[in-house]
Design a protein around this ligand. Structure first.
Ligand SMILES: [Zn+2]
Length: 505
């Protein structure tokens, strides 16, 4: 079956339940859009991501007061699972705003109680976070939110990180294996136990809390081996037994892929030492792709597996609760990296998403983009410096932003939000709702840069106007309630009320 065929997901999802996650997929092409069950998405959804500790520290009603009255939020995105969340510290890299409590404990795992019957197919069964005692975010928040007319979404964020290796028994066993045979701390999307764990979570939410959960937002900020090398982030993976088996079934040589990735890593290491090959860095990069097309094959294998898992989760969710929105977070790299963007094709998402939240964080985006451009200049574009290729990059990405040396202090414009919103809307052809993320005190975590642009009522107002001006179906105030100054949250709410009043008028 095609991995992007919605009808097949529904049929399989209904038939197989948790076993769906073990079903072997195959490489597929996008199927033509099919008619879908109407989803009860709100018009003008206004979401906000809320960490577990915010409820615990500030009180459920107090947080709901703030986000509803100040932020005009109508949909709570409550973390039901975190790969490792941490309170902010007064003088930490992300400063504590004018609410909340400081702290340094890391909390990872599920913030809700689940029935173990959904996890019989996986070695990952004990993942309840104990850091907040018996706190169950669904029981604590959902009914209170609904009593105020708000919706309650489970926000299931599955980034990689070291915390879960330590807190979830067997988690290290599902980890990716890098090109040198070493275990990483990133779970493998082809490992059947990890797939069963992810699908079990969706089941445990929708079947375990049928009247509490109004929708699910799913996220995982992950990239394939080529992206990770270009971004200078990690060694290439995954080369575990499951990925190798899948590659062989597709006729991809494991040995040649490994050899290609080792040579590519050696090229980027030479770039780090400024040892320019005779024909230059980019020509040498391209020559390696010609010599080892397996480099691209393995990147596609990784990306197809990643997206196949998301499609299967979507199919399962639709089989259980067809009218409840199930959508995805798209990380900001999709707006920075032409390589990642090629893989994150919005047209494909028509078949397995009800909504997309785009991480269009424009204020922090200046410093973040500057950092990404430096990475490009350290690896694949080492023939030039960021200022030298910036104009070409802007043309390629259709941006009109600040000069390189002013990016961090200027931030990205509201026009960036508008362009990304329009591109996404065009890509999904009206079949998936598009919710740009509105930057409210999103941290950049870049130290030593020039003064970085900070969120203000003016930047927030401009971003919201840009999003709705471009036709957005809603917005998600981002990143975290815990990071936001309340005056900025109020600026968002004031703007939203004005925008909605105008559209009603
Ligand atoms: Zn693997």
């Amino acid at each position: 079956m095609s991995i992007f065929d919605r009808r097949e997901f529904l049929r399989l999802g209904a038939a197989c339940g948790a076993l769906l996650s073990r079903a072997a997929g195959s490489q597929g092409v996008p199927a033509p859009p099919v008619s879908r069950v109407p989803v009860k998405n709100r018009k003008n959804l206004v979401g906000i991501q809320v960490r577990g500790f915010s409820w615990v520290d500030e009180g459920v009603e107090e947080v709901l007061d703030n986000i509803q009255e100040k932020g005009d939020v109508n949909t709570v995105w409550a973390y039901t699972f975190s790969y490792g969340e941490q309170r902010l510290e007064k003088n930490g890299p992300v400063p504590l705003p004018d609410h909340g409590k400081p702290g340094s404990t890391i909390a990872g795992g599920a913030f809700y109680a689940y029935d173990r019957k959904y996890f019989e197919n996986t070695i990952l069964r004990d993942f309840r976070c104990k850091v907040y005692g018996d706190f169950n975010v669904i029981e604590a928040v959902a009914s209170k939110a609904k009593a105020r007319g708000m919706s309650f979404f489970a926000w299931d964020l599955n980034n990689a990180g070291p915390t879960l290796n330590e807190t979830i028994p067997n988690y290290a066993e599902v980890a990716e294996v890098d090109v040198y045979g070493r275990r990483t701390n990133r779970p493998c999307f082809n490992h059947p136990d990890y797939r069963a764990f992810l699908s079990g979570k969706v089941e445990s939410l929708l079947l375990g809390y049928p009247s509490e959960i109004d929708g699910i937002a799913w996220g995982s900020e992950r990239m394939g081996p080529l992206q990770n090398l270009i971004g200078g982030i990690t060694t290439p993976s995954c080369f575990c037994g499951f990925c190798q088996r899948r590659a062989r079934a597709l006729g991809i040589s494991v040995g040649r892929a490994q050899a290609g990735y080792r040579e590519l890593e050696a090229l980027f290491q030479a770039a780090a030492r400024n040892e320019r090959p005779n024909d230059g860095y980019f020509v040498s990069f391209w020559r390696l792709l010609l010599k080892y097309p397996e480099i691209l094959s393995w990147e596609s294998l990784w990306t197809d597996s990643f997206q196949e898992v998301q499609a299967q989760l979507y199919g399962m969710a639709k089989a259980i609760a067809p009218a409840k929105p199930f959508g995805f977070h798209i990380m900001q790299t999709a707006t920075f990296s032409p390589f990642y963007r090629a893989e994150e094709d919005y047209a494909k998402r028509r078949n397995f998403a009800d909504f997309l939240k785009l991480a269009t964080y424009n204020t922090a985006g200046g410093a973040r983009l500057a950092k990404y451009l430096r990475r490009l200049s350290e690896t694949v574009f080492h023939d030039a410096t960021p200022p030298e290729f910036l104009n070409f990059y802007y043309k390629m990405m259709d941006y009109n932003e600040a000069p390189y040396d002013q990016l961090a202090s200027t931030g990205l414009s509201a026009d960036y939000v508008a362009r990304q919103t329009r591109q996404a809307l065009e890509g999904v052809g009206g079949e998936v709702q598009i919710y740009p993320g509105i930057d409210i005190n999103v941290p950049t975590l870049l130290k030593g840069d020039a003064v970085e642009k900070q969120s203000s009522p003016a930047t927030i107002r401009a971003a919201i106007e840009a999003a709705f001006g471009a036709g957005a179906d809603g917005v998600v105030l981002a990143r975290e309630y815990a990071e936001m100054q309340l005056s900025n949250l109020s600026a968002a709410g004031d703007t939203l009320r004005e925008v909605f009043a105008r559209t009603r008028a």
